[in-house]
Write a protein that binds this ligand. Structure first.
Ligand SMILES: Nc1ncnc2c1ncn2[C@@H]1O[C@H](COP(=O)(O)OP(=O)(O)OP(=O)(O)O)[C@@H](O)[C@H]1O
Ligand SMILES: [Mg+2]
Length: 244
């Protein structure tokens, strides 16, 4: 399953400070879409609005071309179709396997299927050997891999990834990037990826957007975005010349 995502005129403030100044964006079903931009630009804030964790002051977010329903059961059903790996993932107390199986349990998956899907998800991120390890003893990179497995195992139609490889060494970056590609290929799910790593955006995304000071400056196909950007601010940013 898959999902389109659209934001229009999205505004989010914290106190007197407006962080998102009117975001307009459309992500097509099944895309891997990257959002890049300097630290503090509002990337995490945008993902948190999409993931129902923050309520924007103005504008709309459309999931499959519809606003989130107000009816509680329908809203929960929609929320369950959206998964997120946070920038600093918070794991539940308990083992790595417990973390990964939790979302399946609340969806009434049990028995052999529960065991198999949990094991497969951990295997997919190179964490099978640490299935029984307590979350509190995992390294930052191990925790990040468990967080990815925990999000992907329930097969969200829209997967939001916020700097999902930031603590990883190159070989584990490869494992997780392959897991994203495989997830997107096998489920057709839409993936929105926030990254500081321009190489990662090039490797994974079909289209890329630059978020700057709370606004989307440019959206384009990946080659065009990096090789021949239209906006001078994009050119400066991708060349690493942006002063921030
Ligand atoms: N809950 C909050 N309360 C007050 N200010 C906040 C809150 N969350 C974010 N901000 C501010 O909003 C701005 C954007 O933050 P956000 O985390 O979205 O940036 P970002 O683009 O994800 O940056 P980074 O690349 O460093 O992760 C920052 O200046 C931050 O201090
Ligand atoms: Mg962030």
């Amino acid at each position: 399953m898959t999902m389109s995502l659209a934001a229009s005129g999205l505004v989010k403030s914290f106190g007197a400070r407006t962080v998102l100044e009117g975001i307009d964006l459309r992500v097509e079903p099944g895309e891997i879409f990257a959002i890049v931009g300097p630290s503090g630009a509002g990337k995490t804030t945008l993902l948190r609005c999409v993931d129902f964790l923050l309520r924007p002051e103005a504008g709309t977010i459309l999931y499959d071309d519809a606003v989130a329903p107000s009816d509680l059961a329908a809203r929960i059903a929609l929320r369950r179709r959206v998964g997120m790996v946070a920038q600093n993932p918070f794991l539940f107390r308990g083992t790595a396997a417990y973390n990964v199986s939790f979302g399946l349990c609340i969806r009434d998956v049990e028995g052999e299927e529960l065991t198999r899907r949990t094991a497969d998800a951990l295997q997919g991120v190179g964490m099978a050997h640490l299935a029984g390890a307590r979350a509190s003893v995992l390294s930052a990179g191990e925790a990040q891999r468990v967080a990815f497995a925990r999000a992907a195992v329930v097969r969200p139609d829209l997967l939001l990834l916020d700097e999902f490889t930031v603590n990883l060494d190159p070989s584990n970056v490869n494992i997780l990037e392959a897991a994203v590609r495989e997830y997107n290929r096998s489920t057709g799910a839409t993936v929105v990826l926030v990254t500081h790593n321009m190489f990662q955006a090039k490797r994974l995304a079909g289209r890329v957007a630059l978020l700057l000071e709370g606004r989307i400056v440019e959206v384009g196909p990946v080659e065009e975005f990096f090789e021949n950007p239209r906006d001078p601010r994009t050119r400066a940013f991708v060349r690493g010349e942006f002063a921030y």
